[in-house]
Design a protein around this ligand. Structure first.
Ligand SMILES: [Zn+2]
Ligand SMILES: [Zn+2]
Length: 69
C-alpha cells in the first residue's frame, strides 16, 4: 500500500508503514506520527488504566487536528 499524503504531494508510491487510527488512510514514516497511548480497562474498581502503554499511528492531518485548538 502507498502513502496517501505522498500521493497527494506527487512524491510517488511511497510504501506506507501504518494506517491512521482516525481516518484509516495509509501513511509512511514521514507522514505518520506514532504516539504512545494509555489503554483503559473497561469498568472494574480501582486503577482504570493499564501498566503498559500501547501505540497508535495517526496521519499528519489528523495529528494536526488533534493538537489544534
Ligand atoms: Zn508519506
Ligand atoms: Zn488521519
Amino acid at each position: 500500500m502507498k502513502c496517501y499524503d505522498c500521493d497527494l504531494d506527487g512524491r510517488g508510491a511511497t510504501t506506507g508503514i501504518g494506517i491512521c487510527s482516525r481516518c484509516n488512510l495509509v501513511v509512511c514514516a514521514d507522514h505518520g506520527h506514532v504516539t504512545p497511548t494509555v489503554l483503559h480497562r473497561p469498568g472494574g474498581l480501582g486503577k482504570a488504566t493499564r501498566d503498559r502503554p500501547g501505540r497508535r499511528v495517526v496521519c499528519r492531518t489528523c495529528h494536526a487536528a488533534e493538537v489544534s485548538a
